[in-house]
Design a protein. Structure first.
Length: 314
């Protein structure tokens, strides 16, 4: 347990004020006990993963943050069914690599994607034509609502139909459940072909994404019928800066931390982008990045982007 945990060190953006208390959970029991303690004390609580799709405001997070990270990883292989039960805390890239080593195909697109399986399950993460929902059979969860209401929580298995997956959406985003592990069904493939695809995806990311700068990945969700990066680029916004935050020259849907950026900088820049795209195209952009916490006392953090809390982070 860490008191006054600096959230900048727990996010890929490298931005954010302190959380009152952070617990890096090592077991389901620790998750339950932490949430139950917060409920008894009437303290707000949040679940995060590796913080790769997360922006924490400069005033930090009041209450408890429970981190479901690599300490809650782990893999149970079912070779006969070509399936694996994976802990929600395992990094998605690590899972993809492990599947590749077994010559199992279906998750090559996740090569190099930061964040955890748990975050991917919540937001139906995907890339290059694939999504996590393509391989999910079920997800085991605990009922967070039961903990908050003082009840003894139990584990529940949600089927693929229960999860209600669509583009970057799932029933898990309602906040009623905390993902613990999932069973994924893959297929047997050719090791050389799998390796080639993974290498190609890695090269595309290096070529097209500003991996050399801290960021939270694609900042805005893709609206139906449009691509965000080209719209922002056509508005002439590449390289636009507010403080230490910048619209990436390499990929316009990335807001990067060029050094010393604050959450207020990022949100102000996101609002400028949102307004420009709406004015030119009549399209409303919504953050794909989850936004948590409070502004600092010196900020007037009132933009539409700052008020939005999008899908939970990877």
């Amino acid at each position: 347990m860490v008191c006054g945990a600096p959230m900048a060190t727990y996010t890929s953006f490298g931005i954010g004020g302190p959380a009152d208390v952070l617990v890096d959970a090592a077991s389901v029991g620790e998750v339950v006990e932490s949430l139950a303690a917060a409920a008894r004390l009437r303290v707000p609580s949040q679940i995060i993963g590796l913080g790769t799709n997360l922006l924490v405001r400069d005033g930090g997070i009041r209450g408890l943050v429970v981190r479901v990270g690599p300490r809650m990883g782990g893999l149970e292989w079912d070779d006969e069914a070509t399936a694996v039960v994976a802990g929600a805390g395992i990094p998605l890239a690590e899972l993809s690599a492990a599947l590749g080593r077994r010559s199992w195909t279906g998750l090559e697109w996740a090569e190099g994607i930061p964040g955890t399986l748990g975050g991917a399950l919540v937001m139906n993460a995907g890339a290059y034509g694939g999504e996590i929902s393509d391989v999910v059979e079920w997800v085991e969860v605990i009922e967070a609502v039961a903990v908050v209401e003082g009840q003894v929580p139990s584990t529940t298995v949600l089927s693929l139909a229960d999860l209600g997956y669509s583009y970057r959406r799932s029933a898990l985003q309602q906040g009623r459940h905390v993902a613990l592990r999932a069973r994924l069904r893959l297929a047997r493939g050719d090791a050389a072909e799998i390796g080639t695809r993974m290498a190609e995806f890695a090269a595309r990311r290096r070529d097209r994404q500003p991996l050399e700068y801290p960021s939270a990945g694609s900042f805005f969700m893709r609206p139906s019928g449009h691509y965000v990066g080209p719209m922002i680029e056509e508005c002439g916004l590449k390289g636009l800066r507010v403080g230490g935050a910048e619209v990436s020259e390499k990929h316009a849907n990335f807001i990067i931390n060029t050094g010393g950026a604050t959450a207020a900088d990022v949100l102000a820049l996101a609002e400028l982008v949102r307004r420009a795209v709406h004015e030119r195209y009549g399209v409303d952009l919504h953050p794909e990045v989850r936004i948590l916490g409070e502004p600092s006392s010196s900020d007037t953090d009132t933009s539409d982007a700052s008020r939005s809390e999008a899908s939970p982070e990877l």
